[in-house]
Write a protein that binds this ligand. Structure first.
Ligand code: ME8
Length: 515
């Protein structure tokens, strides 16, 4: 795969971003930066899902037009992502005219192909999820996930989703990487054991006016999920004049991979609605849909805009830099699982991993180099077994990181890096260059050189997670070549390279959780 296209869900701008939405976005940013490091051409899209009843309601409550509401909210998202060092390529808004035009073209195409028909719908509707439910699905007067539902009866347009049921099952079964992790794939296959209904893709304007008008019936707007899911393809040029080559390049080419990262709340829309829409449009399916778990508050409750308990990312940045938060999300949460977050957990992770391992190794080695070698890198050598072992581990770490990131297992990638750092701190403990420097300076120099090479390699490998911190670490080491290839070379630091005395990179934080 030469090209890597990754997307976050596009978020409802009915409120400000929080740690849950930040989680999906930061993880995509980290994964995208890794693929860039692995020399792939990358493209990363995030954005906002601006139509539908939920947004119309939020704007009504504020007494302003929905477009104005969205324009204001979008600024909150953009500034949050900037603060969290999220380096997206395109911020997608479903209210952009060109997207509306593509949605309209897709609907017309499906209508002309007889993939859409009209019928009377009677059932339950959840405004907060923007999803219809049948009598069977409603549990104690609520949606399956416990949301309020209201009874409605109306004429609507339907997409013939049911006819793709078997084709979808076959596709999921023959493409093991399509839905990840495995547990989510099984959940979707379980869901597909029941007969699949058709998908209602319209809303009468009498009930909802805030949406994209149906090209074949001006009394209706498009169902928000049909509009929103198409963002992934319209963002890279679907059905736009002069953009066919761009669409080929990112979506259809065998050199490319399309990867959607989502929360497990929106599994059915992404793994059932979206692929069947693509099948009907005759378009290739994404390579991977990865559904991660919940970020929980410290009492193990889900954080979300509707259920409350929301922690803004700012809460953390008051006491720790943003980069340690990024590290915590990548390392401490196994991607796919639910996990709690609190200031205390983030601080523990910073102290244990970043301060104790990287910070400690950097300060020990550069301080000794300043003291005994006038800040100039001593000559290295791998003429003993312990040094050879560290060297072997260091040279293999890049490949381990790459494999884990490609498998959407960033926590394992982080673990591999920490393992190397721990082994090197242990190596220094045993070699004790602070003692040998007084009697055998050459030997101390060799050992310190080993530490410097490990720091250089881990510094390069951690750039996607900690871009600023690693920039300053690599600058202290006078490291020029920060490419992935450079992690496969031992001895890239020339002896005599000036080495700055360490500035504390991850000062330990003393922290007591306030009540
Ligand atoms: O569903 N833990 O938008 P949304 C982890 N517009 N992730 C969380 C989370 C939590 N506690 N809370 C939210 C929508 N998320 C649609 C998507 S895509 C074509 C349309 C993340 O604003 C997670 O990624 O409700 C979840 O899927 C997403 O926010 C839902 O965002």
């Amino acid at each position: 795969m030469k090209r890597f296209y990754i997307t976050t869900p596009i978020y409802y701008p009915n409120d400000v971003p929080h740690i849950g939405t930040a989680y999906s976005t930061i993880m995509c940013d980290i994964i995208k930066r890794y693929h860039t490091l692995f020399n792939r051409e990358t493209y990363f899209v995030t954005g906002t899902d601006e139509h539908g009843q939920k947004i119309q309601k939020a704007a009504e409550e504020r007494g302003i037009p929905p477009q104005q509401h969205c324009d204001e909210m979008v600024e909150n998202f953009k500034s949050a992502w900037q603060k969290l060092e999220v380096d997206y390529n395109h911020f997608f808004r479903t209210t952009d005219d060109w997207h509306k035009d593509v949605v309209s073209k897709c609907l017309q195409e499906l209508f002309d192909k007889d993939e859409i028909y009209t019928d009377t719908y009677e059932g339950w509707y959840s405004v907060s999820e923007e999803i219809f439910y049948t009598d069977k699905e409603v549990v104690d007067g609520k949606s399956p996930s416990g949301r309020e539902v209201t009874r409605i009866k109306e004429k609507n347009y339907f997409f013939k989703m049911s006819k793709y049921q078997q084709q979808l099952i076959d596709y999921i079964e023959s493409n093991p990487d399509f839905i990840k992790p495995e547990s989510r794939k099984n959940e979707v296959l379980g869901f597909l054991k029941q007969p699949l209904g058709d998908l209602c893709i319209s809303r009468p304007k009498s009930r909802l006016s805030w949406g994209i008008e149906l090209p074949f019936d001006t009394e209706y707007v498009t169902y928000v999920w049909f509009d929103a899911l198409l963002n992934y393809a319209t963002a890279v040029g679907l059905k736009q004049e002069g953009k066919q080559a761009e669409f080929e390049k990112w979506w259809s080419s065998t050199d490319s991979g399309v990867h959607h990262v989502i929360g497990k709340d929106i599994l059915t829309t992404h793994c059932v609605y979206w692929p069947t829409m693509l099948m009907a449009l005759g378009l290739p399916l994404p390579k991977t849909i990865f559904a991660h778990g919940w970020i929980l508050n410290k009492d193990n409750g889900k954080m979300s805009k509707s259920t409350g308990g929301v922690l803004s990312a700012d809460v953390f940045t008051d006491i720790v830099d943003i980069e340690p938060l990024r590290y915590f999300l990548a390392h401490d949460i196994h991607f796919g699982n639910d996990a709690p977050i609190s200031r205390e957990l983030v601080v523990q992770s910073v102290n244990n991993d970043l301060a104790n391992n990287i910070g400690n190794l950097l300060s020990r080695s550069t301080n000794l180099i300043a003291k005994y070698f006038e800040g100039s890198t001593p000559k290295g050598s791998d003429d003993d077994e312990p040094t050879k072992k560290i060297q072997e581990l260091a040279l293999a770490t890049g490949e381990t990181v790459k494999q884990n990131i490609e498998a959407f297992e960033p926590s394992k990638a982080m673990e591999a890096i920490i393992r190397l750092l721990k082994a090197t701190n242990q190596f220094l403990e045993e070699k004790a260059p602070w003692t040998t420097a007084k009697t055998d300076t050459a030997q101390a120099g060799k050992d310190l050189y080993t530490a410097i090479e490990v720091l250089r390699i881990t510094g390069i490998l951690l750039q996607p997670v900690l871009p600023n911190k690693m920039d300053s670490l690599l600058t202290q080491l006078s490291c020029q070549d920060r490419s992935f290839e450079a992690t496969k070379i031992w001895g890239a630091t020339a002896d005599g390279t000036p080495m700055e005395k360490s500035k504390p990179l991850f000062p330990r934080i003393n922290f007591k959780e306030e009540e």
